[in-house]
Design a protein around this ligand. Structure first.
Ligand SMILES: [Mn+2]
Length: 196
């Protein structure tokens, strides 16, 4: 009988809100053979943005049975009438060693390790107008680092700016990204996953 190989993940969330509450919200759920995580950035910042992001994350966590593109479309409908927001959601299949991501709007998902890439996201603002969400699937290997972040973190940071990133643990990477690349005029949030 073959022994099923299951990837292990180390993750961390770090944030630097502009006001007393964060207008971005991140979540991470780990199951036996999968992980589900994401970030929602509510329009604007402060209490109003925090409420939108919180409502959106609760909705996502209650609808994990949906396929990711359908989940994002449903979130778009759910946020109609609010000030809207942007979001990225990912599922890792820990047995197949694959990640599937869907993102809408001005938010980022990067990968370092066996591949260096930026995930392609769908333009739009959830609750207002979005193109049909597209998903992207990528194989994962031990040592890969996935970095998800809101637009309160400089888009242009790269391995040249942070050469230790591939070797640091998730918590160190998350706090370093916030400290070094967080902007001073928006909520900054990052969720880092390291494949162990
Ligand atoms: Mn923002």
């Amino acid at each position: 009988m073959a022994i099923k190989q299951v990837l292990k993940v180390d993750y961390a969330i770090a944030e630097k809100p502009l006001e007393s509450v964060n207008g971005d919200q991140a979540f991470f759920q780990q199951h036996d053979e999968s992980a589900f995580f994401g970030i929602v950035d509510g329009a604007g910042h402060g209490q109003d943005a925090n409420e939108i992001a919180t409502i959106a994350c609760e909705f996502l966590k209650e609808n994990t049975h949906l396929e990711l593109t359908a989940m994002m479309q449903a979130l778009h409908v759910h946020l109609k009438g609010s000030r809207g927001g942007v979001a990225i959601i990912c599922k890792i299949d820990l047995v197949a060693a694959q990640i599937n991501c869907v993102g809408v709007g001005n938010i980022e998902m990067r990968m370092f390790g066996s591949q260096t890439k930026r995930f392609v996201l769908t333009p739009g603002v959830l609750g207002y107008d979005i193109r049909t969400p597209q998903h992207q699937t990528t194989d994962l290997n031990v040592g890969d680092v996935l970095v998800m972040h809101s637009d309160g973190i400089s888009k242009v940071f790269d391995l040249y700016d942070y050469p230790d990133l591939p070797w640091d643990d998730a918590k160190t990477i998350a706090t370093t990204i916030i400290d070094r690349f967080g902007k001073s005029n928006d909520d900054a949030t990052t969720l880092v996953v390291r494949i162990a």
